[in-house]
Design a protein around this ligand. Structure first.
Ligand code: PLP
Ligand SMILES: N[C@@H](CCSC[C@H](N)C(=O)O)C(=O)O
Length: 392
């Protein structure tokens, strides 16, 4: 059979294959059904029960596998659900290695696994690839979990080098990359040696903050089967309506990201010109600017910055009008937040301090509004909070 022609990402992501539809529906239908009838007691079809599989979810998963460059993709009810499924491949007594800057909910799940199942996580500085070497144990290490860029300090991990170290020393360990902040449009962990790449589909993949979803991609059939087993056993597969919404949302990923990223570069430049310390891999001042450029095709649209004073940061966030005060990112609307008070509040204050997470940090998620309006609103908020003097 002739090989199917592959197109560039922006074409592949908007082209959802649906060749078997009896009516040639242009949009994949929502199979809003819990059960599927059988022809006889013994002749089961492809689907019997939506926990085990649903045609809308299958379409989504096939499409995700294509755009992620995965052998198999699986869709579940949230990003945390995705990590829960992945960590169920770890047994009591085995170990995880993860970053020391990472999403608060991820930190919470790793702490829970430590307390409830004796699965210890070593938190290391993932900006230095060789920092992992002393912790790699061929018997104990089961998962190496990387966020890059990290949430919220936007630190970069060298995925290919770390994956090489792990696979050389620990053949049974899986390298897992949380690719939420970049999306498969900008960064492709499975092509750089990661075994599993996962996303909070709540963010860029869907793009509109109208659903919760988690997405897991793997380049191994065996790992895919193990993950599917957990999803069916625990019942966290994504429902048909949310699968449809995600399938619809993902079609515009490339255009959204191009626009959001272009505006984020402007916002970063604006903040740096006003003297703020900005964390953004699109800035030449970012200590890992070159590394990020090697492993990703763009800096994305999330940045954080420091003001030097928690009170000033609170005033900035509260003075913004166009930027909604909200957790999450990846939405078409622009968001502003204080991670230590919001998305990362579940990390105990003393651990935030140990890991040097600045309490005054403000995180911005840049949406698709007119960038001049975003800059005007940010300028007004900074001015109202006394963080800049535009007349000076
Ligand atoms: C980097 C990152 N990974 C995973 C998650 C978890 O995703 P969800 O909220 O969809 O469970 C989040 C945020 O929630 C996140 O910021
Ligand atoms: N109350 C939630 C907070 C979710 S934060 C969502 C997102 N990942 C972000 O970084 O903003 C919780 O406790 O999990």
């Amino acid at each position: 059979m002739a090989e199917q022609k592959r197109y560039r990402f922006a074409t592949e992501v908007v082209t959802v294959d649906n060749p078997d539809d009896p009516h040639n529906a242009a949009s994949v239908p929502i199979y809003q059904s819990a059960t599927f009838k059988q022809k006889s007691a013994t002749a089961g079809g492809e689907y019997d029960y939506s926990r085990s599989g649903n045609p809308t979810r299958t379409h989504l998963e096939n499409h995700l596998a294509k755009v992620m460059g995965a052998k198999r993709a699986l869709a579940v009810t949230s990003g945390m659900g995705a990590l829960d499924v992945i960590t169920r491949l770890v047994r009591a007594g085995e170990e995880i290695i993860a970053g020391d800057d990472l999403y608060g909910g991820t930190n919470r799940l790793l702490s829970f696994l430590n307390k409830s199942q004796n699965i210890k996580t070593h938190h290391i500085d993932t900006t230095r690839a060789d920092a992992i070497l002393p912790y790699l144990d061929p018997v104990k290490t089961r998962l190496v979990l990387l966020e890059t860029p990290t949430n919220p300090l936007i630190k970069i991990a060298d995925i290919p080098t770390i994956a090489q170290y792990v696979h050389d020393k620990c053949p049974n360990a899986l390298v897992v990359v949380d690719n939420t902040m970049m999306s498969p449009y900008l960064q492709r962990p499975l092509e750089m040696g990661a075994d599993i790449s996962y996303h909070s589909g709540t963010k860029y993949l869907s793009g509109h903050h109208d659903l919760m979803a988690g997405v897991i991609g793997t380049r191994s059939d065996d790992v895919g089967d193990q993950l599917y087993y957990v999803i069916n056993a625990t019942g966290c597969g994504l429902g048909p309506f949310d699968s449809w919404l995600l399938l619809r949302g993902i079609k515009t990923l490339a255009v959204r990201m191009d626009k959001q990223q272009a505006s984020a570069i402007r916002v970063c430049d604006f903040l740096e010109r006003h003297g703020f310390k900005v964390h953004y891999p699109g800035s030449r001042k970012h200590p890992q600017y070159e590394l990020h450029k090697r492993i990703a095709s763009g800096p994305g649209a999330v940045l954080s910055f420091e003001t030097g004073d928690v009170g000033i940061s609170e005033r900035i966030v509260e003075a913004a009008k166009l930027w909604s005060i909200s957790v999450s990112f990846g939405c078409v609307n622009s968001l502003i937040s204080m991670p230590c008070r919001m998305s990362h509040a579940s990390i105990p204050a003393h651990i935030r301090a140990e890991r040097a997470l600045p309490e005054d940090l403000i995180r911005l998620c840049i949406g698709i509004e007119d960038v001049e309006d975003l800059l005007d609103d940010l300028r007004d908020a900074l001015q109202a909070a006394g963080a800049i003097d535009v007349k000076a």
